[in-house]
Design a protein around this ligand. Structure first.
Ligand code: CP
Length: 315
């Protein structure tokens, strides 16, 4: 593997999950791979899990890790070519990227959708600039349209907890006070279909995901109907794709609560975190024994470690 930006970079997903679970059992067995190698983790946006789990994963592999919050201490970066730089951004990404690449062997980048230009977001302009100009492999730590480290951790978690070979997995929209990117639901939809689950997406009308991510997933606009017989409920908010970046609903009738979970096959509850309690999910559901949010977050180390290991093996 050279770069990691999508489920497609993993190849055979079953084999990747198997290898990840082996790495999880003996996380320190591959330290020679990362010896004298450096990974820079670059954050244009906030993070708790991605920052800590990716750092831990790289350190488990023997790497040195440097974390840079671009908005806290670095020069403000211009991204547009052709701009007369007489404003508040003294450095251009086109210099910054190869400079950062010269200090490391792998770069992790977090750069969310800006919701200013749908085309720019869905063409993944920022992460593609890193791939083009850094000279080193690039790992998406959540880009504008995808969060593949999260999607992989989600599938590892389902594989660890599923009780039937082909579980019913439901991705449900839930309300949130702010406009959130589609990266997590996009990646989850891709991974769930690559894993060949019985996969259903439920959301209010107007929240359809981009066709390239929704694929052939069944869409059910009646949330309660979607929950019937589910083995896993994955809750997430996202802003509209069609009415790009807009909040069309904050209807708390879509909050995941005990009454809706009672319709399921004693489903496990999942969310990528951070989560707004009693907007996305009730206290009772997230605190129940069937809630997987903590093991799911813990698997972020495993997913990142498998990805970084495969990149190191290919250096
Ligand atoms: N799930 C996730 O990516 O968490 P952070 O935003 O805290 O990194």
């Amino acid at each position: 593997m050279r770069n990691y930006t999508s489920v497609h970079d993993l190849g055979d997903l079953k084999a990747a999950v198997k290898e990840a679970l082996e790495v999880k059992k003996t996380p320190y067995d591959f330290q020679e791979l990362g010896k004298n190698k450096t990974m820079i983790l670059l954050f244009f946006n906030s993070s708790l899990r991605t920052r800590l789990s990716t750092q831990k994963a790289a350190q488990n592999l023997g790497m040195n890790v440097i974390v840079l919050d671009v908005n806290a201490g670095a020069w403000k970066l211009e991204g547009e070519r052709g701009v007369i730089m007489d404003g508040d951004k003294p450095e251009h990404l086109l210099e910054a990227i190869p400079v950062i690449g010269s200090y490391c062997d792998i770069i992790g980048v977090r750069a969310f959708a800006k919701f200013e230009d749908k085309k720019e977001d869905y063409e993944e302009v920022v992460i593609n600039q890193f791939i083009k100009y850094s000279g080193v492999p690039v790992v998406s730590m959540e880009a504008a349209t995808a969060h593949p480290l999260q999607g992989f951790a989600d599938i590892i978690t389902i594989e660890e907890h599923k009780k039937v070979e082909r579980p019913k997995v439901v991705l449900t929209w839930a309300p949130h006070p702010r406009a959130l990117p589609q990266a997590v639901p996009n990646s989850f939809a891709q991974f769930a279909q690559a894993a060949d689950y019985d996969f259903v997406i439920t959301h209010p009308e107007g929240y359809e995901l981009a066709p390239e991510f929704a694929g052939d997933a069944k869409v059910e606009y009646d949330q309660k109907k979607a929950f019937e017989g589910a083995d896993f409920i994955y809750a997430k908010n996202w802003a509209s794709y069609n009415d790009y970046g807009q909040i069309l609903s904050k209807d708390r009738a879509w909050t995941v609560d005990e009454e809706k979970m009672a319709l399921t096959n004693n489903a496990c509850f999942m969310h990528c975190l951070p989560v707004r309690r009693n907007m996305i999910v009730s206290d009772d559901v997230i605190e129940a024994e069937t809630s997987l949010v903590v093991p799911q977050a813990a698997n972020r180390v495993t997913s990142a470690q498998l990805v970084i290991k495969r990149i190191l093996e290919n250096l």
